[in-house]
Ligand binder design. Structure first.
Ligand code: UDP
Length: 411
């Protein structure tokens, strides 16, 4: 048996005041038909990154509206996760494809997981490419299979993607964040759904934190809470561009030397690439005491992420590739003035000049940050508009509604 993930209890009714009664009623109506369905989410990990962030809320909410929902995590060893990391990078555009041996490892672990999977499901939702090949081996274990892709497939390594397309085609449908991510090779032969992710406004990471509590937490990490702070929250990964953020910060401090920078990122203990990049980020900061570089091994958990996002005068997500970027909605929900890279799912959340700013270089990023720091009214306006945009489009009940529609359409 695969490892089930324990999730807490959540009640849809608690979200009514945040998303409005009409959406809650629409969900109730849709769940009448879907009630009792046995749904399984199958993913590669229960820790770190966007997928688990979503499932810790989506799974309990699916249960709350009457679906028998489980979440199980596949098994893998280092050789498998090395291969799937390469696979992930290739699908996001890196030129290096998997070697024959690495494809073999990928298939071998999909077989192991297929054997351990239990049967009798109405729908199995397979998240991301790691367990994608399970379906072909044990299709009979569910009435319907849906592949949920969380990554940016807009400029994939075609050789790698072509190897996966026949697997995707066997699913009853596949789900992407954006139109641009749908593989052209699918050619409309299979139902495709576009479902941008969403955040949980009631989770410790996103619940309202008073300015005093946010300041208290940041103070403990050495931030001078009487001076302005710029922050970016994300894994230490070249595509999140923390070095570009440091460049932008340096340009800002040429004009406003009192500004500080916090780079907050989670680390996986088994990700050597992450540590290497964490160390090169430290090196790039060159001992500047006003740059705080923190990770989860310094006890930075959800509340701390919340505090840094709530406390920052400007929140940045200067990615150069970004599937969606949950951190963007997280910051906007806290009504923070926001600057993001003009890539992937970020423009869906940030309308340039209205709900934040979109930038393409450290120079542009610094220029917008200085504007926000000098014009507090502008920052407030952007923050308010950003929060409303997230309220309408990127809170979890909307995503639950979209999934219910898919289940009902599967018949
Ligand atoms: N995150 C966190 N601690 C950190 C860094 C990131 O909890 O130190 C969370 C972040 O708040 C967000 C998720 O990890 O909820 C990252 O999702 P996103 O879609 O932004 O990027 P991904 O890591 O999936 O590429």
């Amino acid at each position: 048996m695969l490892q089930p993930v324990g999730v807490g209890h959540k009640s849809l009714a608690d979200y009514t005041h945040l998303v409005g009664r009409p959406l809650i009623e629409e969900i109730r109506a849709l769940s009448e038909k879907a009630k009792g369905l046995k749904i399984l989410h199958l993913s590669a990990t229960a820790f770190g990154g966007g997928v688990s962030e979503i499932l810790y809320t989506l799974v309990p909410l699916m249960r709350d509206v009457g679906l028998e929902t489980d979440w199980q995590v596949i098994v893998g060893r280092e050789e498998f996760f090395n291969a799937t990391k390469l696979l992930h990078n290739a699908l996001q555009g890196s030129p290096e494809d998997l070697s024959t041996e690495e494809w073999h490892v990928y298939e071998k672990f999909n077989e192991i997981n297929a054997r351990q999977l239990s049967g009798g499901w109405d729908v199995i939702i397979v998240h991301d490419p790691q367990p994608l090949a399970v379906r072909r081996l044990v299709a009979e274990k569910a009435k319907h299979w849906v592949w949920r892709c969380h990554i940016d497939l807009s400029t994939p390594n075609e050789t790698t993607l072509n190897r996966l397309v026949p697997l995707i085609e066997e699913y009853d449908g596949s789900v992407y964040h954006l139109d641009r991510y749908v593989p052209a090779a699918l050619n409309g032969r299979r139902p495709v759904h576009l479902l941008p992710p969403a955040i949980d406004p009631l989770s410790p990471k996103n619940m309202a934190l008073s300015p005093e509590d946010a300041a208290f937490v940041c103070d403990q990490f050495g931030v001078d809470v009487d001076r302005p702070m710029i922050a970016q929250v994300s894994r230490f990964d070249p595509w999140k561009d923390p070095l570009g953020v440091i460049d932008a910060y340096r340009l800002v401090t040429e004009e406003m030397p009192e500004v500080q920078l916090a780079l907050v990122g989670s680390m996986a203990t088994d990700d050597p690439e992450g540590w290497q990049f964490f160390n090169s980020t430290l090196e790039y900061a060159a001992g500047d005491p006003d740059i705080k570089i923190l990770n989860n091994l310094n006890q930075v958990g959800s509340i701390e992420v919340n505090a840094f996002q709530s406390q920052a005068e400007v929140v940045i997500q200067k990615s150069t590739r970004e599937g969606f970027g949950l951190t963007v909605s997280e910051a906007l929900w806290k009504a923070r003035p926001f600057i993001g890279g003009d890539v992937g799912g970020i423009p869906l959340q940030v309308q340039d000049g209205t709900t934040g700013f979109l930038v393409r270089s450290p120079e542009e990023c610094a220029e917008r940050a200085l504007r926000i720091l000098r014009e507090p009214e502008l920052g407030k306006r952007l923050g308010r508009a950003g929060k409303e945009h997230v309220r309408r489009h990127f809170l979890m009940p909307r995503l639950l509604r979209d999934w219910l529609r898919i289940f009902n359409d599967l018949g």
